[in-house]
Design a protein around this ligand. Sequence first.
Ligand code: SF4
Length: 218
Amino acid sequence: MSYILVNEIFCSIQGEGYMQGRPAIFIRLQGCKNKCPWCDTKYATTISEVNQLQDDSMIVFQKEKSSPIYSRLKTSFIVEKIKEKAKPGFLVVITGGEPCQQNILALTKDIIASGFDCQIETSGTEQIIVAEKTWITLSPKEKGFRLENLSLANEIKLPVRYLSDIERYEKILEKADGKIICLQPIDCDTEATKLCVQVCKEKNWRLSIQMHKYIGIS
Ligand code: SF4
């Protein structure tokens, strides 16, 4: 039986990247060893028994605000609950935390076999093992990024505050020829947004503006 540590499951609009604007069920997994300074899901990074609820807790489906509590859910239980909330064709996004720190192969297979579209959002610091047809959104990290993950990605999404945030990844981006590349201004910052617009126009890349933050949804 396959279990996954889950911080929360909720329905919203995908506000970022290529899938921006699509209604989606988000499965936020618990646990991430990376320490990104801009992380806006720090509450989902630490695994500590103090915060672990009983298995298959419904609390993860009912959170009204973010918190570090999480539960161990059976894959079949997650998919069963998603089927109650959404029709086939709906987008299901596995995010984190860092989803690939857990074994998500069975979960991605079950989601796709149930007729949903499946997307993962990953830092590329772990081996990516997912079902075929999973849409892989990669936000590479400077430390610990596994270059072999690049060929698996459908899109590269870079959080940007300064030009140096793009320059740092130049070598990776050079190898990402043919991939969709999205620049995402950090914290909807005005100057970062201007910079991203300018670079997107120069390079024919996409702008990802975290739409959910502009319209005040999670
Ligand atoms: S990889 Fe994602 S979840 Fe982990 S610290 Fe960085 S931004 Fe946060």
